[in-house]
Design a protein around this ligand. Structure first.
Ligand code: C2E
Ligand code: MG
Ligand code: MG
Length: 731
């Protein structure tokens, strides 16, 4: 605080004394005459150097001469008031030099009173504080950026903050923008005050500072003093039409390797030439932006790793979940699809895990390439499936037929080998009212159902599925207990010679009377055991008990009959199947010719090569095979000739419709074909005399059904066989 009002100097003496002092100062000094409307009487040479205004320019003027469009007028008014009222103060103000350039002026007011104690002069000391201010705001900015990064602030916000802080440093009448480019120097994103113009202004506009007057990228600042007269008027036209800008400074942003990653640009409303301090400032801004961008790139890379399925390059389920949560929070609703290639396991068996990954990748690619593909979210769900969320159901989307055909029927290529797949699809609906994970669980349940069907199928979730799953889980627990407690046993159903009515052999059918839940139909527990990988235990248990029975009969010297044991396809294809079945048969010392394996015809038999190998292997041990439920699946006749089964069992559904002429013709063909292939034809589920007669007429050799015998317990079979022998003996 300096006050000179206790000295007894005349006005003239005081003025003289002040001028003398001001001339000797190495800071800018201005003498303002308060009594003359606060006009300037004197400026020293340091002031003239700093502002480029001479004493002549300033004489009679007020401090307002230093004001410009970006000056803070409230602050200027406060300065003026303090001068008028003789108050000391120190403040920083954005002022303009004579050439229009701006600088931060540190203004220090020293009021001077005459001998009467009246306020006469103000000695105003000034200092160009631009550099200090810039350093201060840079430090502040750096701190802000670090803090924001640390706190997980979004990249937009951090870069927008940089723009607004820099803007404030240069006053209000300017805007800043950060344009980031990709590795091909194409505009990637725009941040800051012009971000909203990204799609309205041409791409060249945002990058003008990188290519100005050059063919290649320039790595130095570009200053354009008058945009209206630049070489690129056309590019600037949209900006100038909308905003009152006049000049532009730009500074390239380089990464640590010196590659251009973007451009920082400031547009001013008047012609402003940067001074050394401004260049320094721009130079220091760029690395802060580089740091922020690098941080976010790294964070993105980590994010990618955390949210990407590395094997397929697809997004992973974590990503799917978080994207969906965000969409649902915004009220989005639609449908979920879990899609699994029906042949996934076969593909993995043949081509390894990578084959499985590849098929999912190609499948996702096909979905994304659909012309109707919108903002669906696709991700890998499990090893064998992908998950898709779509606002509209696939049905509503109306995929063009050709694309649908390509999606479903074009071959996939794994290691350049053509592979065909069927798609099993589980569908459910999602909305904000139900937990999202519930929708996923529902699509999962629907998928389990789809997996049980043949061909490409979409199954919708229905509550009954869930009930059946619960029931399945319940039964599954009991199956495990049942196996442990020896609750499974075979019933035998005779297979008779249709022509003579003689029992030729038997089929063993699994029965289960659970101590806890009572009788359970095989139609219920067999599919559950198949789905949960327990079926081989039941198959083996039935085989074991059949062998036991045969061994007993052998020991009692009774006649042995061939018994067919049902083997599920998954069990049949299991690598150890033949070996362990043969070992079990041998352990009971039963001749393998008394055992036949019935395998249900299914899509899996498509795998003709493998099936053929297993059938032939069984044949070398003397074990016959039979194809069960023939005609229920698809394309049966075409591969039948390649598979050396001994027997073909015509499904009950054909037998039921023998009266239908078309069906009748099909059955006739099957019987004829099996004869040609040296297979025995067996008709299943014969219930009536008419069916029996018709099959006899068609030349079917063997019949099985309630018309002849129902499945019976082993003891009853023993009795039946005794009686039969007896009856036959009597004849
Ligand atoms: P499948 O092998 O085709 O067996 C024939 C089914 O038809 C049996 O049903 C049998 O009881 C029934 N059946 C026989 N004659 C008639 C008839 O005249 N009319 C009617 N309506 N039905 C008749 P079941 O015992 O309920 O077995 C159902 C299926 O479960 C079997 O069909 C077979 O695929 C499977 N299965 C049974 N036991 C086993 C087993 O030990 N292992 C495996 N993997 N599957 C088994
Ligand atoms: Mg069977
Ligand atoms: Mg059958």
């Amino acid at each position: 605080m300096s006050e000179f009002d206790n000295r007894s100097l005349s006005d003239a003496e005081m003025y003289f004394w002040l001028c003398q002092m001001a001339r000797q100062l190495d800071v800018a000094a201005v003498i303002v005459n308060i009594k003359k409307g606060c006009t300037i009487d004197f400026v020293n040479h340091v002031f003239s150097q700093m502002t480029e205004y001479s004493e002549y320019d300033m004489n009679g003027a007020t401090l307002a001469k230093l004001h410009g469009p970006s000056s803070d007028l409230l602050n200027e008014e406060a300065i003026q008031e303090s001068i008028e009222n003789g108050l000391t103060f120190k403040t920083s103000s954005l002022h303009y030099r004579k050439d229009g350039s701006i600088f931060w002026n540190e203004v220090n007011n020293l009021p001077m009173r005459n001998q009467l104690g009246e306020l006469q002069y103000s000695l105003i000391l000034m200092k160009d504080a631009t550099e200090a201010m810039n350093v201060e705001s840079l430090i502040e900015l750096e701190r802000d950026v670090f803090f924001s990064l640390e706190n997980g602030t979004a990249v937009e916000q951090v870069l927008n903050n940089i723009c607004s802080t820099v803007g404030a440093t240069f006053g209000k009448k300017c805007v800043c923008s950060i344009a980031l480019v990709d590795e091909h120097n194409r505009l990637k994103r725009v941040y800051g005050d012009l971000a909203s113009e990204r799609n309205t202004f041409p791409e060249e506009f945002f990058l003008i500072g990188l290519t100005y007057r050059e063919q290649q990228l320039i790595k130095k600042p570009v200053i354009l003093n008058n945009l209206h007269e630049s070489d690129y008027q056309q590019i600037f036209a949209p900006l100038l039409e909308k905003y009152p800008f006049f000049s532009m400074w730009s500074q390239p942003i380089l990464n640590t390797e010196g590659t251009v990653i973007g451009l920082f640009t400031i547009y001013f409303e008047q012609a402003i030439e940067p001074k050394a301090a401004d260049f320094k400032f721009l130079n220091r801004i760029a690395p802060i932006i580089t740091l922020a961008v690098k941080y976010f790139d790294q964070k993105n890379a980590i994010h990618q790793l955390a949210y990407q399925d590395v094997a397929t390059g697809l997004k992973n389920f974590e990503h799917f979940k978080s994207s969906m949560m965000a969409l649902i929070a915004h009220g989005c609703e639609g449908y979920l699809y879990i899609i699994e290639p029906g042949e996934y396991q076969n593909i993995v068996d043949l081509h390894g895990r990578q084959g499985g990954d590849e098929i999912l990748r190609q499948l996702a690619c096909r979905l994304q390439n659909l012309s109707t593909y919108d903002d669906s979210v696709i991700a890998r769900y499990t090893n064998s499936s992908i998950i898709v969320a779509s606002r509209q159901s696939f049905k509503e989307i109306n995929i063009p037929q050709q694309e649908k055909d390509e999606l479903l029927f074009e071959p996939y290529y794994i290691h350049e080998k053509e592979t065909y797949v069927t798609l099993k699809v589980g569908k459910s609906a999602f909305n904000k009212y139900e937990p999202f994970m519930e929708a996923i669980r529902q699509a999962d349940t629907a998928l389990s159902n789809a997996l049980k069907a043949t061909g490409t199928v979409v199954k919708k979730f229905e509550q009954s599925h869930l009930e059946s799953v619960e029931e399945e889980m319940n039964i599954l627990v009991h199956i495990a207990k049942g196996l442990k407690n020896d609750e499974f046993f075979p019933m035998l159903q005779p297979k008779v010679n249709i022509a003579t009515g003689e029992i030729e052999s038997f089929e063993a059918l699994a029965r289960w009377i659970s101590a806890e839940i009572g009788f359970v139909s095989p139609a219920l527990f067999i599919p559950i055991a198949e789905n949960t990988g327990n079926i081989y235990k039941i198959d083996r248990e039935i085989l074991r008990k059949v062998l036991q029975w045969q061994q007993n009969r052998m020991e009692l010297g009774r006649k042995l009959y061939q018994v067919s044991v049902n083997i599920s396809p998954t069990h049949f294809y299991h690598p150890g199947f033949v070996e362990s079945a043969v070992a079990l048969i041998e352990s009971y010392q039963v001749n393998p010719k008394y055992i036949k394996f019935e395998i249900t015809e299914s899509v899996e038999l498509d795998n003709v090569k493998r099936a053929k190998k297993i059938i032939n292997e069984l044949k070398t041990y003397g074990i016959d095979t039979s194809i069960d439920d023939f005609g229920v699946g698809y394309s049966s006749l075409s591969y039948l000739q390649e598979l050396p089964f001994e027997e073909i069992k015509i499904d009950k559904s054909f037998v039921d419709y023998l009266a239908d002429s078309r069906m009748n013709a099909v059955v006739k063909t099957i019987i004829q074909l099996s004869k040609n292939l040296n297979m025995v034809s067996v008709a299943e589920g014969i219930e009536t005399e008419e069916q029996h007669e018709e099959l006899k007429r068609l030349g079917c050799q063997t019949g099985q059904g309630y018309y002849y015998y129902r499945p019976m317990p082993l003891d009853d079979i023993d009795k039946l066989l005794e009686d039969t022998v007896h009856v036959m003996g009597e004849c």
